[in-house]
Ligand binder design. Structure first.
Ligand code: GTP
Length: 329
């Protein structure tokens, strides 16, 4: 009994460093540890061959539970408790069948202890392997929905989220803004790609600060961002003006913010923004904001324009007319 307990403890300690292993490795390791464990157990009770094989099978089968897809903590506990009961009953019947007697008052607690230890080991293996899988899945999901440079949600997340909000109508239908940095190629060509990256991060932060909490903000790709702005019911009548005013405030804020390149140089970026009308469906709202953005670009940049079916779109020129990439000292 002492020998089996020592072997179990060694096996248990060896399991711990394997916390980051994959499920299959866990299951294989579990089987190996149990075989060593059961062989020593069998040698103590001197079982016949059939009973030895049955005992091995009984202890190896629970390893398959480790391979189950991600299940909850309560499922783990349930499986481990069932395994402990099943192991005790099986060992008890095999013992009586093989040795033609009932276990003594020393052997019975030993059996229960052994079964519970085996079940505990299985529980730990299941828990550790599934929590590392859950962590890995969460990491994957984060990466697939984020832009690596700005850490903002990406286009996929933006479309899914806004579609969800519009379909469930958890929020009133709102506006889509498409925001695009002006003459950004010049920044890259003049100061290099790393300065371009710094500008993107800085502009993203500046836009973020100007937005209300319920807006959805994402980097669509390159130097283009998108905002979904839900309608504030309290200001419903003036929502068009409010959306355009917010867009022009963002333009102003970005153009007034200087980004330090080195000790002697700082530059300011500028944005053009196209704002859709209230969106009924996302794809037509995105088209509207793209058309309005194109107009903002052709009318001089550094301004916000709202889509309109009429000839002349509503526009807010914030006075730039061109980008300010000239270095200031
Ligand atoms: N640094 C950096 N540059 C990027 C990134 N993604 C796209 N760009 C650059 O963004 C620039 C976009 O250039 P254009 O599409 O010509 O647009 P623009 O120069 O801003 O001109 P307008 O939009 O017409 O005002 C290209 O030079 C791209 O290389 C990025 O992640 N980092």
């Amino acid at each position: 009994m002492w020998l089996t307990t020592i072997i179990f403890c060694v096996a248990y300690l060896l399991v711990l460093p394997l916390v980051h292993c994959r499920k299959v490795l866990f299951a294989a390791y579990y089987c190996l540890a149990l075989m060593i464990f059961q062989f020593s157990y069998i040698s103590i009770f001197v079982l016949d061959t059939t009973s030895k094989l049955s005992l091995l099978l009984i202890t190896i089968i629970p390893a398959s539970f480790i391979l189950l897809p991600h299940v909850s903590r309560w499922h783990h506990l349930f499986i481990a408790t069932s395994a402990a009961i099943a192991l005790t009953v099986s060992e008890l019947s095999l013992f009586s069948f093989s040795l033609h007697r009932l276990p003594t008052s020393f052997e019975l607690p030993a059996m229960i202890f052994v079964s519970c230890s085996v079940a505990l080991m299985m529980h730990i293996a299941m828990h550790v392997s599934s929590s590392s899988v859950a962590r890995y899945q969460a990491q994957l999901s984060w990466l697939s929905h984020r832009d690596e440079l700005t850490k903002l949600p990406n286009r996929r997340f933006f479309i899914n989220r806004v579609d969800e909000l519009i379909k469930n109508k958890t929020q009133s239908l709102g506006y889509i803004m498409t925001l695009d940095l002006d003459y950004f190629k010049r920044v890259n060509d003049t100061y290099g790609h790393s300065v371009g990256d710094k500008c993107l991060v800085s502009v993203a932060q500046s836009i973020h600060q100007s937005l209300p909490n319920d807006a959805v903000f994402a980097r669509l790709g390159g130097e283009e961002f998108s905002v979904y702005l839900p309608i504030n019911k309290a200001k419903d009548s003036s929502s068009d003006q409010a959306a355009l005013a917010l867009a022009s405030q963002i333009c102003r804020q970005v153009s007034e913010q200087y980004i330090t390149i080195n000790e002697t140089t700082a530059i300011a970026c500028s944005l053009s923004i196209g704002v859709s009308k209230r969106c009924q469906d996302l794809s037509s709202a995105m088209k509207q904001s793209d058309i309005a953005l194109y107009q903002a670009k052709t009318q001089g940049r550094n301004m916000a324009v709202m889509f309109s079916d009429q000839e002349s779109n509503e526009q807010v020129d914030i006075g730039g007319g061109d980008s300010n990439y000239a270095p200031i000292s």
